[in-house]
Ligand binder design. Structure first.
Ligand code: EPZ
Length: 417
């Protein structure tokens, strides 16, 4: 079992380049199945979730090849199966995007119930409601989902909850449907807009992505022989912004989109950090005592739940009491037990955690419980007194490309063992 061994007491200083966004890439790769042709995706992060998605597409008959360090070419002209390998689809959450893509292209699909981080209940009722509104018959049994349709017909769908996954899945299912689909109360995250931009760039007719309502006029087919570049990763950007503040460091974050970071930027400035933005860079410095603050996670443009653990490390070191309300996931405070092993004082109950700031953390063996918890523990270990060992780093590899190299470039003493 791989682990990171980290010698702490490091002020993180230097430059870091942000990779393409995980949550966009794992929507874009299945989206290429909607094209009876060849698509090239650039700025694709080489992470395990992406590689599982590529393996699945290859098993469905597409030909997916890495034609560059961050470039994927997908030839989806010859889909030979619409039944995805269950052992692989249960390995990650975004396998659910195969539902929208294969329903849209082949009118038939079977996937295993999606896997992904254990953040509590993760229902897909809104996805299913949407597919049924377009005329599909959906069955969930024996750990898998079967959906079939003779013809997808556009319809108006109101989502009861704001869901990233359901929004992207219904985009995929409706671009080739007959007539117009209206999606209401949708998610507005940057990765939603990226998938919609990609589909429009290959001939789809989608309007309103990034707002509360998206309108899709179905088209007959999408064009191949197209190249698209994945948007920079909002969550990786935020991870390094928090690393700069928690370590009282000085980091220039390059190839990112400052507009996507406004909610976090506001919180870090409240805590006493200096954040300077330029067109595609963010410079974060912090050399003062951190002030406490309160945060409530919300759908975009609210504070992202996927940056809650990383900010939690900053709050654990702020002088005073801070509170986090986690409004999206039921159990996203497991990382606080691990931080408490490092000397933090955090009390978590249900969807609320109270942070009593401490002046420093101490090294310890800690266990990542999910992707973003893992990133938070890496930050904590880089600044803690003494040595730490971070276990279950396969979670981190799911969403961050070569993260130890990026931390090492900022001065961290980190080894993958
Ligand atoms: C996406 O998950 C991200 N994953 C998650 O990031 C992220 O935490 C989440 O959106 C919220 O931003 C991917 O993009 C692959 P949702 P998803 O559907 O799509 C409820 C990471 O670390 N809901 O937006 O699964 C649900 O229970 C991961 O990169 C229903 O009730 O999240 C939750 O409370 C972790 N019924 C809320 O909506 C549904 O059918 C938001 O879920 C769907 C969702």
């Amino acid at each position: 079992m791989d682990k990171f061994i980290i010698d702490g007491n490091t002020r993180l200083v230097g430059e870091v380049e942000i990779s393409g966004a995980k949550n966009a890439a794992i929507g874009l790769i299945p989206a290429t199945l909607l094209i009876n042709g060849i698509t090239t995706l650039e700025n694709v992060p080489n992470i395990s979730d992406v590689n599982i998605a590529c393996d699945i597409l290859n098993e469905l008959g597409a030909k997916v090849t890495w034609t560059g360090e961050h470039t994927l070419t997908v030839d989806a002209r010859n889909i030979t199966s619409t039944h995805a390998p269950l052992d692989k689809t249960s390995k990650f959450r975004a396998s659910y995007y195969l539902l929208g893509a294969l329903l849209g292209r082949c009118h038939d699909v079977e996937v295993g119930l999606p896997g992904g981080c254990n953040l509590g209940q993760r229902p897909i009722d809104q996805h299913i409601k949407g597919f049924e509104s377009l005329g599909a018959k959906v069955e969930v049994a024996q750990g898998k989902i079967d959906a079939t349709v003779s013809k997808l017909v556009g319809n108006s769908i109101y989502f009861d909850v704001v869901s990233v996954g359901a929004t992207i899945n219904l985009l995929l299912a409706s671009v080739l449907a007959e007539g117009t689909t209206i999606l209401d109360n949708v998610a507005k995250e940057p990765h939603i807009v990226d998938v919609a931009n990609f589909l429009n760039s290959v001939g789809a007719d989608i309007r309103g992505a990034g707002t509360d309502t998206i309108k899709i006029n179905g088209v007959k087919e999408l064009k191949g022989d197209h190249t698209y570049s994945v948007v920079p990763d909002q969550i990786e950007t935020g991870t390094f912004m928090c690393a700069a503040v928690a370590s009282k460091g000085n980091i220039l974050i390059k190839n990112c989109i400052p507009e996507h970071m406004e909610s976090l930027t506001a919180k870090l400035i409240e805590m006493g950090a200096t954040v300077e933005v330029d067109c595609d860079t963010i410079h974060v410095t912090c050399d003062k005592e951190l002030h406490p603050t309160n945060v409530k996670t919300l759908p975009y443009p609210g504070f992202p739940t996927d940056l809650q653990p990383q900010l939690g490390v900053c709050l654990a070191l702020a002088q005073g009491t801070s509170i986090i309300n986690e409004s999206i996931w039921e159990s996203r405070f497991q990382y606080t037990n691990e931080l408490n092993k490092m000397g933090a004082k955090i009390t978590a109950q249900g969807k609320t955690a109270v942070f009593e700031g401490v002046s420093k953390l101490s090294g310890a063996p800690v266990y990542a419980t999910d992707l973003r918890a893992g990133a938070a523990l890496l930050i904590a270990a880089a600044i803690a007194d003494g040595k730490s060992e971070v276990y279950n780093i396969h979670y981190i590899d799911r969403g961050y490309e070569k993260i130890e190299d990026k931390f090492r470039k900022l001065g961290a003493k980190i080894e993958r063992a």
